[in-house]
Design a protein. Sequence first.
Lengths: 114, 112
Amino acid sequence: DAKTTQPTSMDCAEGRAANLPCNHSTISGNEYVYWYRQIHSQGPQYIIHGLKNNETNEMASLIITEDRKSSTLILPHATLRDTAVYYCIVRVGGSSGSARQLTFGSGTQLTVLP
Amino acid sequence: NAGVTQTPKFQVLKTGQSMTLQCAQDMNHEYMSWYRQDPGMGLRLIHYSVGAGITDQGEVPNGYNVSRSTTEDFPLRLLSAAPSQTSVYFCASGSVGRTEAFFGQGTRLTVV
């Protein structure tokens, strides 16, 4: 699995967009980018994933650069409940890769400020 | 709609004791995994299973045993607990047809 680099911590004002970057310069062609978050030591929660196109769901948007060496997770209107550690994970995926084995780094501690 | 259920939520063991952490899922998922999380760190994979009767080692398997006799259950056994096994343990499950993994709420284990 490709190595990822994320900032240790970030702050965001409530109601504003939170943009969380992730570098994955060694990503391979068959590797996906996955994002999970962990709220206050609960079990991690899946957010979104993508291969090369931008993706959006009810929780967030994922922007992947054209060379696929970096990506940004966007929470469009951050709330206090979005305060969590956000993990960017790169691995072979599609329908079977993510669920079986995940390699978590240290992630980014996002703090949403009132 | 239980999802992934872990028991117990908290446990204190003495060095050398044995115990089993339970994990059950009701989503008929093929994949199940165990992770440990030490303070300030990300999760590390201990063991995983791709189906009943099939298990494999992850990144940090030493000191832990697993078995998968049914699709629903994936217990994690500590045969002789050590203080280094003090951690929060998470169980996860996933399906061939789904991308995301579903995690339990964790078991907080302290070995004294």
